[in-house]
Design a protein around this ligand. Structure first.
Ligand SMILES: [Zn+2]
Ligand SMILES: [Zn+2]
Length: 266
């Protein structure tokens, strides 16, 4: 069966990722408006009715902005843990109750032909999870909001064919930027976000042949640039003598527009 991936939007203003095959698809987060999600899918010739579920990582608005409308108007079921549902439903009361699906931690469940596992990550929400999606013999890991890569998260991230990992801020830009001190401290804390250097060192230490795609994700608008994120990663790889083949793609996801569709299995 085919397997494809497309980032519709990635960054502190909104996150939404698509994974699909020739019949069905799922979304990971719905952090841009439902109108934009529908439009982006239409442009990719993906019928909205083929979306069998939305996996939700946490309750921050850049991950759930379009959720109410997609459950109400399109009746797409949404999947997350009980604790994350509690944190979402206190504020977002218009989510269609019929679409609420509760999922366990680190236990496989299935949507269409996708095997899915959720794992906890460190972040400043009541609970935040990352996702492992397996299909057609390939493993995709999505980890977009985390201040620290704990052992559990590391075990999923290391063992991926396609990896979406946060590279939120350039350490120097954050330090010299205009954010108040408390916010800088929150962003770079263990429960905040991953910086370019942090992500680069982890990837260099854990790089392996089975990784075919690394996508740096969730870049800050004010404290990062795509060039800096990529340059930090490539410099770190060079310093540590990490070589990769031209079959291994390393790139940065766009903040507001879809990236090209990636075919992992044809
Ligand atoms: Zn976020
Ligand atoms: Zn967040």
């Amino acid at each position: 069966m085919k397997l494809n991936f497309c980032s519709l939007s990635s960054g502190s203003s909104g996150n939404c990722y698509y994974i699909g095959n020739e019949f069905h698809g799922i979304l990971i987060d719905a952090g841009i408006s439902a109108t934009s999600i529908r439009k982006f899918l239409r442009n990719l010739s993906i019928p909205i009715d083929s979306i069998m579920g939305i996996l939700i990582t946490h309750n921050h608005i850049d991950h759930i902005r379009g959720l109410e409308a997609l459950t109400k108007k399109n009746h797409i079921p949404a999947f997350t843990t009980l604790k994350i549902w509690d944190s979402i439903l206190t504020r977002h009361k218009n989510i269609s109750r019929d679409c609420i699906r509760e999922i366990p931690h680190q236990e496989k469940f299935n949507i269409a032909n996708f095997d899915i596992e959720a794992f906890r990550v460190n972040h400043d929400a009541p609970e935040t999870i990352g996702f492992r999606i397996s299909a057609s013999g390939k493993k995709i890991t999505i980890a977009t909001d985390l201040g620290h890569i704990c052992q559990t998260a590391a075990s999923y991230i290391k063992d991926s064919n396609l990896l979406v990992i946060e590279s939120n801020y350039d350490e120097q830009m954050l330090e010299n930027g205009r954010y108040p001190y408390f916010l800088k401290e929150r962003i770079r804390s263990e429960n905040g976000h991953l910086g370019n250097h942090q992500t680069s060192v982890f990837l260099a230490d854990n790089f392996n042949d089975s990784i075919s795609h690394i996508f740096l994700a969730h870049l800050s608008k004010n404290n990062n640039t795509p060039e800096k994120a990529l340059e930090t990663l490539l410099n770190t790889f060079r310093e540590k003598g990490i070589l990769f083949s031209d079959k291994q793609q390393i790139s940065v996801l766009n903040r507001n527009t879809p990236n090209e569709m990636i075919w992992l299995a044809e």
